[in-house]
Design a binder for this molecule. Structure first.
Ligand code: ADP
Ligand code: MG
Length: 323
């Protein structure tokens, strides 16, 4: 059982940022309106996610830490009907198998919270915990017992940047939720919930983009592309500032990245990249978003149509701006 969990953990938890992604997605799935993330040394020394969501009933907390225990599959197990970010029930047990995990939670109708500690797959202790409604998960000593893996971690700085990137992308998808990020006791950002997507995106991307970008709003057949894209004069040396979303989920898809590059081809100097946030919406039957959720890969039924939509939308938007 432990070995199985550790193997699964390799898939889910490559580095602090991948554990963090799972925890924040769980907080979103729990209908939270406020999510606080605290990191120590890029998450290598600690990851803490606190939400005000529905919580986990005390008698289900052990189960939540077991493999393939999910509360998110519809009764008929129809994966197509899943609207949550998770449904595999692998994240918590995987993380708990390679770290020390403290899970505290309280539902709206219970008088107090409950706390369970699991250390590298071994139950340590549980008991009552004072807690407002919601869930608090702390992950310490990630990979401390797996030196071979710990060795592969990069500097705290680069782990931090990867964590920041994960939070930034998820925060862009849910401007209705308040997000705060702290690193080594320092407030990185604090965003109010209930703001427009435009405001949320602007708050998270380079502020100077505002005067150097166009709004993208484009519809073709059943596909829609919305967002903000920089003028070719405003660019970066790395493609890190391209935030791409499919049906509300952050993705890092080759086809989309290639399409963006094609749209800006001839407009940008070599090795320059536009800064943009683009939200593609299309019917669920035209895309498989769960090919490799951890890696953000998707598969489109008609990739040519997607490519042509993106190139067309960007070209038209950039032309309209009078460039
Ligand atoms: P999945 O998200 O695929 O269901 P996880 O391993 O990520 O699996 O989580 C297991 C279960 O624990 C979830 O199905 C959910 O019931 C519960 N859970 C985890 N995190 C939270 C949270 N922040 N708030 C409420 N419930 C949670
Ligand atoms: Mg999950």
């Amino acid at each position: 059982e432990d070995v199985i969990n550790r193997i699964a953990a390799g898939e889910v938890v490559e580095r602090p940022a991948s554990a963090l992604k799972e925890l924040v997605e769980n907080a979103i799935d729990a209908q939270s309106t406020r999510i606080l993330i605290r990191l120590l040394k890029g998450g290598l020394d600690g990851i803490e996610v606190i939400d005000n969501g529905i919580g986990i009933p005390a008698d289900e907390m052990r189960l939540a830490l077991e493999r393939h225990a999910t509360s998110k599959l519809p009764d008929n197990d129809a994966i197509e009907a899943v609207t949550t970010l998770g449904f595999r029930g692998e994240a918590l047990p995987s993380i708990a198998s390679v770290a020390r995990l403290t899970l505290e939670s309280r539902t709206a109708d219970s008088d107090s919270g409950w706390k369970i500690i699991v250390d590298n797959g071994h139950f340590e202790k549980e008991g009552i915990a004072p807690l407002p409604k919601g869930t608090r998960i702390k992950v310490d000593s990630l990979f401390a017992r797996i030196p071979a893996r710990r060795k592969f971690m990069r500097s705290a700085k680069s782990e931090y940047m990867a964590c920041h990137d994960v939070v930034r992308r998820l925060a862009m998808t849910r401007p209705d939720i308040a997000f705060s990020l702290e690193h080594d006791g320092r407030r990185i950002f604090s965003l109010n919930g209930g703001e427009s997507r435009q405001r949320r995106v602007a708050a998270l991307i380079d502020r100077t983009l505002k005067d150097n970008s166009v709004t993208v709003e484009y519809q073709r057949d059943q596909m829609q592309l919305e967002g903000v894209a920089s003028l070719p004069t405003f660019h970066r040396g790395l493609a890190d500032h391209q935030y791409l979303f499919v049906n509300g989920r952050p993705v890092k898809d080759r086809l989309l990245i290639g399409s963006v590059r094609a749209a800006y081809h001839d407009l940008l100097a070599k090795d320059r990249h536009p800064v943009l946030a683009l939200f593609l919406t299309l019917p669920n039957s035209d895309v498989d978003i769960n090919v490799h959720p951890a890696k953000g890969e998707v598969r489109f039924r008609d990739s040519q149509a997607v490519r042509s939509l993106i190139v067309g939308a960007l070209r038209e938007s950039l032309d309209l701006s009078g460039f």
